[in-house]
Design a protein around this ligand. Structure first.
Ligand SMILES: [Zn+2]
Ligand SMILES: [Zn+2]
Length: 444
């Protein structure tokens, strides 16, 4: 054997000796995902063109159930109306749950894509609108389907139980909790880790952001119903005007976050809607304020709610309302914050670096006041660990502008022109599979 050839053989052998299991899996992952990419892009475009509103995700759920069954999963459907779970048992080890959300937004799409949605529909609240996948949940569903196939094909490389879950109504912040209260854990084993990934146009397609600790805020929806005494618009002295009381309450609330909550606590209090009255010459009988409260500390959340009640009650008393006509407070939703387990973040980062390239694993965005509801799947499970990953979906040039100049990308989630770049489909399957392979790796 000539010297050059000998050297080449030696280098190749050295390469084989140094090839870690992680690296070998990632080689397999690359070819598996590449082989499946055109099928996955077809599924993504079909989902994108046919979005479904919260709690109406029937065709999406049927597609997921069909694909998970085809990949060999034990599938159950109809959990909280449209929720789907697929379980793959593969020997001893942990139970890991990977979640995708299925719902689209009541929004007219303006992306101009050839597979853009022209669908219209009616929300459960009766609002008629266009429907668009402007939050990228179509990509989440496609990733779930891609991951299902990868993990089934890679069974020799992991051990444990994989639970794939597709939930309804993330945008309403109650789809995950609804699956739990509809008996989810009578149907699937309780996981020790719940993992979810979300499209993020801050990172380029092919990259991910993975941050430690506080990621997304807890959120409470609250209605404040201020009662008055209705009457003719020309005789306010003979009535008690709930619109004036609502205006006083809105201004009073502005001092809760700015003057009364510890300034080191990240909190938000927004009055996003007022429902009151019909015409100018009638003083209505009541006014309803719709509030959104965001928080990380439960104590701060409880304080804000108590202060809203304290201030609104005081305004009602100050306006002469009798005790039987005091304001009424309704909680419309409540979800906990998303707080990543730092140990899991450190554990999966090397696997992501191998799968995507080290330069494509970003440290994750700073803590946000936006919210998510997948962690509610873990509410009944003591000690459950949460992992949330940002998956890039932007054009690289958009991202370089953001990273260099600190500007936000052109079209964030929920914008009518929000868009998932197509390379993000295969990259997302790869990244999510790499995380799951790491979490389910065989004990050495
Ligand atoms: Zn959204
Ligand atoms: Zn979303």
């Amino acid at each position: 054997m000539p010297l050059k050839q000998k050297l080449c053989t030696a280098v190749l052998m050295l390469g084989t000796l140094q090839m870690t299991p992680l690296f070998a899996e990632s080689l397999q992952l690359n070819s598996q995902v590449a082989a499946d990419e055109s099928r996955l892009l077809g599924i993504f475009k079909q989902l994108h063109a046919n979005p479904e509103l919260s709690m109406q995700e029937f065709a999406t759920a049927a597609l997921i159930a069909k694909e998970l069954k085809a990949s060999g999963y034990e599938v159950q459907t109809g959990i909280n109306k449209t929720g789907v779970v697929g379980v793959l048992k593969n020997g001893p080890g942990p139970v890991i749950m990977f979640r995708a959300d299925m719902d689209a937004l009541p929004l007219k799409e303006e992306s101009g894509l050839p597979y853009a949605s022209s669908k219209t529909g009616t929300t459960l609240d009766g609002v008629q609108s266009g429907i668009a996948h402007a939050c990228g949940h179509d990509a989440h569903v496609t990733w779930l389907i891609g991951v299902a196939k990868v993990m089934a094909e890679q069974k020799a490389n992991w051990s444990g139980t994989l639970v794939l879950l597709a939930q309804p109504a993330e945008e309403a912040y109650n789809g995950a909790e609804g699956m739990v209260s509809d008996g989810l854990y009578a149907k699937v084993p309780k996981p020790s880790v719940i993992f979810a990934a979300h499209t993020n146009p801050v990172w380029p397609a092919g990259a991910v952001g993975l941050g430690q600790g506080r990621r997304l805020a807890g959120a409470d929806g609250m209605n404040v119903i201020i009662k008055g005494v209705g009457g003719h618009g020309s005789t306010p002295h003979a009535s008690k005007d709930p619109i004036v009381m609502a205006a006083q309450a809105i201004l009073a609330y502005q001092t809760i976050v700015s003057r009364r909550i510890d300034q080191t606590e990240p909190v938000v209090l927004t009055v996003g809607a007022i429902d009151a009255g019909t015409v100018g010459n009638i003083i209505p009988d009541s006014a309803t304020l719709r509030l959104s409260i965001r928080w990380y500390s439960r104590a701060a959340r409880d304080q804000i709610i108590a202060m809203v009640k304290q201030m609104t009650d005081a305004i009602a008393v100050g306006n002469g309302m009798p005790s039987e006509r005091m304001p009424v407070y309704e909680s419309t939703s409540t979800i906990t914050p998303v707080i990543n387990d730092d140990g899991l973040v450190a554990q999966v980062r090397p696997a992501l670096a191998v799968a995507l390239g080290k330069e494509n694993v970003y440290p994750g965005l700073p803590m946000l006041m936006g919210s998510e509801d997948f962690q509610m799947l873990g509410e009944p499970i003591e000690g459950v660990k949460i992992l949330h990953m940002e998956v890039g979906v932007a054009k690289p040039e958009v991202v370089s502008g953001f990273l260099q100049q600190g500007s936000t990308p052109a079209y964030m989630n929920h914008h009518p022109k929000f868009q998932v770049e197509l390379p993000a489909i295969a990259a997302g399957v790869k990244a999510n599979s790499a995380v799951l392979l790491e979490l389910l790796k065989k004990a050495p």
